[in-house]
Write a protein that binds this ligand. Structure first.
Ligand code: SF4
Length: 228
């Protein structure tokens, strides 16, 4: 299976995005269009969307601007029953206490959730989460999985510490709006990586799939099969 993740952010939106999607589909590829879901979502028909949500209305609007959450919800409601939507939430100190509320409010409108954590980049001036806070957030995600919500983070990875599993970052290529292709770990696009500090769940999911984790296989297929 080849998965193409295409960045749909407004400042870099390509005029030929629709043609790109059609061309990829004609080659038999799946496409996942990454968007903030505030505008233009109905114009495109990828195999699936990924939508960034930072938390409930107040938290999301603090990060992305007043009214963003309501526009996002309206778009998701309009799309209900069409292409699958995967919510990606980056957990930070600002939203760590609202994970359950975020999932409960949005779950009826989307197909699944993937949680990840901010990588501690050297240039990052935000106050980072402590290891106790990260552990508490992981426990909360495990509880949400037990409650039956469609959460793609593999259970085993949530129970491990960074560095205790093999990261197969070679599985990904990223293509920017100019067509530049880069392979491997996103962190190394900015600075030398330190896997002992990294909780990037997108790699955990793909790495678990590569290592024949049934849970990862089941989660990804359940999501992708809805995209066919
Ligand atoms: S820094 Fe993170 S994403 Fe990069 S190779 Fe290490 S574990 Fe994987």
């Amino acid at each position: 299976v080849r998965i193409f993740v295409i960045e749909g952010g407004e400042p870099t939106l390509r005029r030929d995005l629709r043609e790109l999607l059609d061309h990829t589909h004609s080659l038999g590829g799946y496409t996942i269009l990454a968007t903030n879901a505030t505008t233009r979502m109905p114009l495109f028909h990828p195999s699936a969307f990924s939508v960034s949500i930072d938390g409930p209305r107040d938290v999301h609007d603090r990060v992305r601007g007043c009214g963003s959450y309501d526009r996002l919800r309206q778009n998701l409601e309009a799309r209900r029953g069409k292409e699958p939507v995967l919510v990606i939430t980056v957990i930070s100190r600002e939203n760590q206490r609202y994970l359950a509320q975020t999932v409960e409010e949005i779950a009826p409108l989307v197909s699944g959730f993937l949680f990840t954590f901010i990588y501690p980049y050297q240039a990052n001036r935000m106050t980072l989460m402590t290891s106790n806070e990260i552990a508490a957030a992981k426990r909360e995600i495990l509880t949400l999985k037990k409650r039956g919500f469609s959460i793609l983070n593999p259970r085993k990875q949530l129970q491990r510490q960074p560095g205790e599993w093999r990261c197969h970052d070679f599985l990904t290529n990223s293509v920017d709006h100019r067509g530049n292709i880069r392979s491997g770990c996103f962190v190394e696009h900015a600075e030398p990586r330190d896997c002992a500090k990294c909780h990037l769940a997108c790699y955990q999911l793909l790495s678990a799939l590569h290592d024949f984790s049934f849970e990862a296989w089941f989660s990804i297929h359940r999501f992708l099969l809805r995209a066919i």
